[in-house]
Design a protein around this ligand. Structure first.
Ligand SMILES: NC(=[NH2+])NCCC[C@H](N)C(=O)O
Length: 297
């Protein structure tokens, strides 16, 4: 395995906003000029791909499926670590059929050696993948969102499957329905997060694990631009068009912000992070991150 980060993306040919399962989704706004929106989505997708490649990533681009427009958000397809994946179990019937489709995509990747194991969620668990289970390479655990799409049973299933600690965070706002919309650990140990998306317990948990000088609080404006939903590779952070103050604050913390116009996908409530699924993460390596010595028991 090389150190090059590898991401799964799904081609946007079948992307549209045709139902509403979160407050961002505006099927009417999409339909008002569907053809223009489709063209804009293609351009956004190409710009995101270019930005990730220029940050050093290799991309695996899978085909989408007509009638499953949200497959363009593969972060929700499953949780990946050490070449093993546990598939999502979607909360909404609109997305339920993605599970089988993503299984096939992962099975193809397994045939090419990118995965050694594909597992399913147990009965009763709901879990929407890397959108709600974010690996923190510096701290060595999963931050686990629950309370909107994923449930606690799903969060614990992720922890059991990988034999890794999970740190649950309850999400309290329907607009920030996946953890990745309001929480983003960065390579230098910083965490960019939007406090209003969490309850008091969740904030206390974040504060317990993240030292004050490593906390970067997103403003309402940052969160509304879906900028917390960002892809961090080394020192680069790729995100939707961002308020200047956020770019400046991340710059002061040592990050190089790359902005992409993702407005067609924001019409569906998604942005940079959820349009990707990182495939190469291992417990002990993180390209660009400060090196940590892991003591093995
Ligand atoms: N991880 C994410 N934030 N994904 C965005 C998903 C957007 C999609 N329309 C949904 O509501 O499920």
């Amino acid at each position: 395995m090389t150190d090059q980060p590898v991401f799964l993306l799904v081609d946007p040919a079948h992307f549209e906003v045709s139902y509403r399962i979160n407050p961002w989704m505006e099927p009417g706004a999409w339909a008002a000029d569907a053809e223009r929106n489709s063209r804009a989505a293609r351009a956004s997708f190409e710009a995101l791909s270019a930005s990730l490649r220029s940050a050093g990533a290799r991309l695996e681009i899978a085909d989408g499926v007509p009638g499953l427009p949200d497959m363009v958000f593969p972060a929700n397809a499953g949780v990946v670590l050490d070449g093993r994946v546990i598939l999502a179990r979607f909360a909404h019937p609109e997305r339920a059929n993605e599970e089988q489709r993503f299984y096939r995509i992962f099975a193809d990747l397994a045939e090419r050696g990118l995965f050694t194991e594909i597992a399913s969620m147990p009965d009763g668990a709901l879990h929407e993948g890397a959108g709600d289970a974010i690996w923190d390479a510096n701290r060595g655990f999963f931050w686990a969102g629950h309370g909107q799409r994923s449930n606690l049973a799903g969060a614990h299933a992720v922890g059991r499957f990988f034999s890794r600690e999970i740190v649950p965070l309850r999400l309290v706002s329907p607009s920030f329905y996946h953890l990745d919309t309001c929480f983003c650990p960065l390579s230098g140990g910083h965490v960019l997060y939007y406090p209003a998306a969490f309850d008091a317990d969740g904030l206390a948990t974040i504060h317990r694990h993240v030292a004050p000088e490593l906390r970067i609080e997103a403003t309402e404006e940052d969160a509304a631009a879906l900028c917390v939903n960002a892809v961090n590779i080394g020192r680069t952070v790729t995100m939707a068009m961002a308020p200047d103050s956020l770019v400046r604050r991340l710059g002061d913390a040592g990050y190089d912000v790359r902005q992409v116009d993702l407005s067609p996908f924001i019409l569906s409530g998604g942005a940079a992070y959820c349009m990707t699924l990182r495939l190469d993460r291992t417990v002990s390596t993180e390209a660009g991150a400060p090196q940590r010595v892991h003591a093995h028991a």
